[in-house]
Design a protein around this ligand. Structure first.
Ligand code: 1CP
Length: 345
């Protein structure tokens, strides 16, 4: 056994009697202490770029619940901003960015080597966290996968069907692929710096992978992630990587090998039983409780949590939600989930 940290043991392929746990968006608006620190920072982006306060909100769910991993508090849209896109958040609506849809706009982006000018506070947050986290807690860094980041850069906002990105892929493949390339290279440098600063694991979020069909899924979700993984593994062979191609459905099969990732994160669109037979055979899996149970709680939360733990107990598994916890979640339901995983064996 290479290490005592449970998350790293699961990522190394070990089957543990109790799966380690963390939760996507574990620092966030469902927690009163997060809302207080965010108010102190002024707004969301100021919080991301304030290393002391970003470290504080990263630590809050660790103090409250004792999760096995902490995820760096930042956002996937900081990389576009570091590449020169304007980024702002509209209250109640979400992110807005200046758009990239032409060759001239693509050319106007900053060189990848310039991203650290903007992103250095994030590396400082990682350094603070690697000093301050309890010795048993694993620090996870992250970035968006190129396709998902591109969907925001092309549309200038979140979109239900990623229509503008699909349209650019059809009308100007050169600009579309050029943008994916820049994001891919930027992500390699960004995650490298997070690892140098102390991130022990990194995760790629491809939140909109599910809207890519046929060869597009392979070419624009899987291949760019595989390129990032290969580049990181060449430099940091011992740093485990989690990939989250959300909405992959049946295409989850074979993705450990196709991406080169140590762990595949599952959304709630597949059952844990199916994933045990078809995905966990390739390595560690993470997931996949429906986030809405954190709102509704009760017996359904307990029975679904047990079902997932049982289904995935014969292989490496990290317990998590299928997507991020929502602001209307009840913090007590999070405790109920953790108690069920840890005591329910
Ligand atoms: O406080 C607030 O009002 C802001 C809400 C918020 C938070 C807490 C945003 C805006 N981002 C975050 C933090 C964040 N985002 C983390 C921190 C670590 C954690 O606790 O998990 C991470 C990993 C992300 C990743 C992220 N940002 C993704 C990928 C994962 C996913 O949820 O699918 C995406 C798509 C984003 C973009 C984004 N940032 C924020 C919002 C509301 C969105 C979604 C926009 C949309 O499409 O509508």
């Amino acid at each position: 056994m290479s290490t005592q940290k449970t998350i790293l043991r699961a990522l190394a392929g070990e089957t543990l009697p109790t799966p380690p746990i963390w939760m996507m968006r574990q620092a966030g608006r469902y927690l009163p202490e997060y809302k207080a620190t965010r108010a102190q920072a002024g707004d969301f982006l100021s919080l991301c770029y304030n290393p002391e306060l970003a470290a504080e909100v990263t630590l809050q769910p660790i103090r409250r619940y004792g999760f096995d991993a902490a995820i760096l508090f930042a956002d996937i849209l900081l990389l576009p901003q570091a590449l020169g896109a304007d980024l702002w958040f509209v209250t109640g609506e979400g992110p807005r960015l200046s758009t990239i849809t032409t060759a001239d706009e693509l050319k106007a982006l900053k060189p990848v080597s310039a991203i650290h000018d903007t992103l250095s506070p994030i590396y400082e947050t990682v350094k603070i966290l690697s000093r301050e986290l309890p010795s048993e807690t694993t620090l996870i860094g992250f970035a968006g996968a190129p396709w998902t980041v591109a969907t925001y850069m092309i549309a200038g906002k979140g979109t239900p069907d990623q229509g503008p990105a699909h349209a650019l892929k059809e009308t100007d493949k050169a600009v579309f692929e050029g943008l994916l390339d820049i994001i891919t290279e930027g992500t390699i440098d960004y995650l490298s710096m997070q690892i140098e600063a102390g991130a022990e694991v990194v995760k790629l979020f491809d939140s909109w992978a599910g809207s890519l069909k046929g060869d597009d899924f392979l070419n624009y979700s899987i291949k760019p992630m595989a390129r990032i993984v290969a580049a990181l593994k060449a430099k940091y062979p011992t740093t485990p990587i989690i990939a989250f191609p959300r909405g992959a459905g049946e295409k989850y099969v074979g993705l450990h090998a196709a991406i080169g990732a140590d762990c595949i994160a599952l959304d709630d669109g597949v059952t844990a039983d199916w994933a045990a037979d078809n995905v966990q055979t390739g390595g560690c899996v993470q997931g996949n409780l429906k986030s809405s149970h954190m709102v509704t709680g009760g017996d359904a939360l307990v029975s679904e949590t047990r079902r997932i733990v049982d289904a995935l107990q014969n292989g490496p598994h990290i317990f998590n939600l299928g997507h991020g916890i929502t602001p209307d979640a009840d913090p007590e339901n999070v405790q109920l989930m953790i108690d069920t995983v840890r005591k329910g064996q």
